[in-house]
Write a new protein. Structure first.
Length: 612
């Protein structure tokens, strides 16, 4: 029908040029995107030997007639872009018209395709970019593509490929990301004849996420209350405080359902998580942004991974705010429950209450018990104790029929913070670890981390209200600094004062400090001041002085205030536990490390050989 046309030379030169086929996973990505653009409801992907030996995709999308099928293999031929102005508002995944010809030029390529109501379809064979044959074929409606022997004609490129397992894990990641972005599409991924995952179509983003990351992690996600500000809609799920990974494999962000990456968004997440994320750890997010496509440029990166936002700052602070608000909601009287969110496609279907929600809300079993049931020992609110994603989705679990997936009793989320009376304090070891008992077994509290969390929250709330109590120094300290540092400090004198540091400008490039927070001991004052002044430049460029203050509190103030290796009396230990459990985020310290760890009776039984 001639839907596909060549881009004009001018337009062709405007699309971000570059190699799209770097490795098997890039082929997979391009092919899935094409199937999504073709309106597929079912996408089946079969790969062999990490995709190096073969990548096959079958979809039930719109298909192509013979003319289009041939045209699709021309460079810069696309049905998705006609004129320059279209580039400004792209909603399709593709638009450059380069993927199919690129893939066909580096593989043994077979395309069969048939339009829905067409009597027959077309089969095209190409080897290393050379047309071998064009025939009529009778495949099912939709499109099937196979790329075999990737880079067989480019030995240099082939050498750069990693092991089959590594290549496959990249492929798997690509399929996962697109599967999360499109819960309404059924996805099947098969590697070397074995099913890696099979995800039935669902209306619910949560079900899709759960199908991919497993129940345990899914139950530790918080739903973002869908909201719209400045024409940007945000929705999705993010990990509870303390849930994190050492890499970004589960940090997914979608813009108009296109997976996107970028330092700016990562920064915003970090900012939003702030102290709920351990340094060096990565947040787990399935974040959906929707906005007018004219406000963002997707034509930046050949593989379209990065996008450029016209108003990046607004977006950045919005993402950070929404993340921070979502993390706090956990503590609100009506805790943030997973309502069935319609997948972020058509918004016509919505479920108020789902089976999953019912089950979750009914359960009053506290998190501790859950932990004990499903894990032998773990931080009370797990940090990174989860297996890596590849290991999460065992075949058996995923090959279950759909009903089973839904009926499997979902485990409830941490609905309640435990009370101090749930624990019996037994003693302290190593002057650091408080040993306690609860109904599930043994609980350890890191005295230092707990105290840090408590102080952090106290300081923060005081900073926001009356300010931190201070003591005057017997001898005011004057500090001379470089003009650059001085300017910086001068800008933030207000913040320092809120932190309980009585700082004043004292002549050119000199600062006078005449009071410090009460918890800083006189002998420690110089080190404290140095620490603060050292931290300050690192943290500028932060969003607000409040945030700057929080960071200062987290990084320096606590370090000085904490009862490290102090012997605490039983009464003091009790108070410490009480205060900790009163905190907004009791399960991790301001650096995101766990404060409490549970070791279940089951684990103890295992250790003593009572059970296997
Ligand atoms: P682009 O996606 O940037 O347009 P591609 O080279 O990936 O470029 O694809 C070229 C054209 O081939 C697409 O514009 C589309 O019209 C058609 N096409 C590719 N894959 C499919 C598919 N799975 N189903 C239907 N049409 C397809
Ligand atoms: Mg494409």
């Amino acid at each position: 029908m001639g839907k596909i046309q060549l881009l004009s030379d001018t337009l062709a030169s405007q699309v971000a040029a570059g190699e799209v086929v770097e490795r098997p996973a890039s082929v997979v990505k391009e092919l899935i995107e094409n199937s999504i653009d073709a309106g597929a409801r079912n996408i089946e992907m079969r790969v062999r030997r990490g995709g190096i030996s073969s990548i096959q995709i079958a979809d039930d999308g719109c298909g192509m007639d013979k003319t289009d099928a041939l045209m699709s293999l021309e460079r810069h031929a696309t049905s998705k872009l006609r004129e320059s102005s279209d580039l400004e508002s792209i909603l399709t995944m593709g638009f450059r018209g380069e993927a199919l010809p690129s893939i066909a030029s580096v593989s043994k390529f077979r395309l069969t395709t048939r339009e829905t109501n067409a009597l027959e379809g077309t089969e095209i064979l190409i080897n290393g970019g050379k047309l071998i044959s064009v025939k009529e074929a009778g495949e099912a409606p939709g499109t099937q593509i196979e790329a075999r022997s990737l880079f067989y004609n480019m030995p240099a490129r082939r050498k750069f490929l990693r092991t089959e397992n590594t290549e496959f894990s990249h492929i798997e990641h690509q399929v996962r990301v697109h599967a999360i972005a499109h819960p309404r599409i059924r996805f099947l991924l098969v590697h070397n004849e074995r099913t890696t995952f099979h995800l039935p179509a669902t209306e619910s983003l949560f079900e899709r996420v759960r199908g991919l990351v497993g129940n345990e992690l899914a139950m530790r996600l918080l739903e973002i209350r869908k909201q719209e500000r400045n024409g940007i809609k945000i929705s999705g799920f993010i990990g509870q405080p303390g849930v994190s990974r050492s890499n970004r494999s589960l940090q997914m962000i979608f813009l108009n359902r296109r997976p996107v990456e970028g330092a700016m968004l990562q920064y915003a997440l970090r900012e939003g998580y702030h102290t709920a994320l351990m340094k060096g750890q990565q947040a787990v997010t399935f974040l959906f942004l929707e906005m007018d496509p004219r406000k963002v440029d997707v034509n930046v990166h050949p593989a379209k991974r990065e996008v450029r936002f016209h108003d990046g700052n607004t977006l950045k602070s919005m993402v950070a705010d929404v993340v921070a608000e979502t993390l706090e909601q956990r503590e609100s009287p009506s805790p943030n429950r997973v309502r069935e969110t319609p997948a972020p496609e058509e918004l016509s279907v919505s479920f108020e209450v789902s089976e999953v929600e019912d089950l979750r809300q009914e359960s009053l079993i506290p998190e501790l018990e859950q932990q004990a049931l499903r894990k032998d020992w773990s931080p009370l609110l797990a940090t990174d104790a989860l297996p890596e994603p590849a290991a999460v989705a065992p075949e058996e679990a995923i090959e279950q029929p759909d009903e089973e997936l839904i009926e499997a009793p979902p485990e409830p989320v941490a609905t309640q913070v435990p009370k101090a009376k749930d624990f019996r304090i037994l003693g302290v070891i190593g002057k650091l670890y408080v040993i306690m008992e609860n109904t599930q077994g043994l609980v350890l509290m890191d005295q230092h981390a707990a105290h840090e969390r408590i102080l952090f929250e106290q300081m923060r709330s005081r900073m926001e209200t009356e300010g931190v109590p201070t003591q005057s120094l017997l001898m005011p300290v004057t500090i001379e600094m470089t003009p650059k540092d001085f300017d910086l400090v001068r800008e933030h004198v207000g913040t320092l004062q809120k932190l309980g540091i009585g700082a004043e400008v004292f002549g050119a490039n000199t600062l006078k400090i005449d009071s410090l927070p009460t918890f800083v001991s006189e002998s420690d004052s110089n080190r404290f001041i140095n620490d603060v002044l050292e931290e300050l430049p690192k943290d500028t460029g932060r969003m607000s002085s409040v945030r700057l203050g929080e960071d200062m509190v987290a990084t320096t103030v606590c370090r000085h205030a904490v009862k490290a290796n102090d012997d605490l009396h039983p009464k003091e230990l009790e108070k410490l536990l009480e205060d900790l459990l009163d905190c907004e985020l009791p399960f991790c310290c301001p650096h995101g490390r766990p404060t409490l760890v549970q070791i279940s009776f089951k684990e103890l039984e295992k250790k003593f050989g009572r059970v296997v």
